[in-house]
Design a protein around this ligand. Structure first.
Ligand SMILES: Cc1cc2nc3c(=O)[nH]c(=O)nc-3n(C[C@H](O)[C@H](O)[C@H](O)COP(=O)(O)OP(=O)(O)OC[C@H]3O[C@@H](n4cnc5c(N)ncnc54)[C@H](O)[C@@H]3O)c2cc1C
Length: 236
């Protein structure tokens, strides 16, 4: 039983991300065969200039061809429950039915609780007591699928998540917003950083929605960007 630290790895991505998107964009407007466009693709700057125009005009099908797979470890079930709400992501998650948490529950402590020694201690006492009861149920022959009923939202989980680039941008736009919970923000940030390592041009898109669109549509805004309603008022 231990507190666990987030780990995010990009384990699969296409070889020619820019060239693939460029070919998709250009195929729409060219008499050439797609394979000719692919083989004759210009240098990165030229490809990017077309790609940026196409994406900013909302022609998003062109970025759906890029499929990315992440291995995500040590996130709470509270966090994964939020992630699985995104319907264009495919998941394979560690099962609490089949995996028995031998030696106690691994868990994630939210940062704000961790910052208080007193609250952290109470949190850990609760996890220890829950772990003991979980083990007692297993020892009594209760199947893991039923014993798990008492596991907390803080229980650590791992999953594989596959999504296309359009969905990653959408995920980043929603979940990097300060209105999102800190744990999922940090997880999505780590996913974006993995991609930006080799595709630095994506750093303009893998941002909170306010930065991408130039306004905030949240009711309880953090105030760092002009609100949508203020923009609309100015237009009347
Ligand atoms: C800050 C924050 C707070 C939240 N709070 C709550 C909450 O209190 N309670 C709660 O239940 N959820 C909450 N959510 C989850 C939220 O309502 C969405 O379920 C989640 O963010 C997934 O977003 P999505 O549907 O846009 O994305 P995805 O499921 O990833 O879909 C991407 C896009 O595809 C399109 N799409 C997908 N499926 C359909 C469909 N069936 N019909 C039409 N278009 C579709 C939409 O355009 C959608 O935006 C919250 C999310 C955030 C970011």
């Amino acid at each position: 039983m231990a507190e666990k630290k987030l780990r995010v790895d990009l384990i699969s991505k296409p070889e020619n991300i820019l060239k693939t998107i460029y070919t998709a964009c250009k195929t729409c407007y060219s008499a050439k065969l797609p394979i000719e466009i692919f083989d004759e693709a210009p240098e990165n700057d030229k490809m990017l200039s077309l790609i940026e125009k196409v994406i900013s005009s909302g022609h998003y099908s062109t970025i759906e061809h890029i499929q990315l797979t992440f291995a995500i470890s040590n996130v709470s079930r509270a966090c994964t429950h939020q992630l699985v709400r995104h319907r264009h992501i495919s998941f394979s998650q560690k099962s609490q039915r089949y995996v028995r948490e031998k030696g106690g529950i691994d868990y994630i402590i939210p940062e704000k609780i961790k910052n208080s020694a007193q609250l952290k201690k109470k949190f850990e006492d609760f996890i220890n007591a829950t772990s003991d009861l979980y083990q007692e149920f297993l020892d009594a022959g209760i199947p893991a699928e039923d014993a798990r009923s008492i596991l907390p939202n803080a229980a650590s989980s791992s999953l594989i998540a596959s999504l296309n680039l359009r969905e990653l941008i959408h995920l980043a736009n929603l979940r990097l917003c300060t209105r999102a919970q800190l744990e999922i923000r940090l997880m999505v940030k780590a996913m974006c950083d993995e991609v930006i390592k080799t595709e630095s041009w994506l750093s303009d898109y893998l941002v909170p929605k306010c930065i991408r669109f130039g306004y905030c549509d949240e009711e309880k805004s953090c105030g760092s960007m002009i609100g949508k309603s203020e923009i609309l008022k100015e237009r009347v």
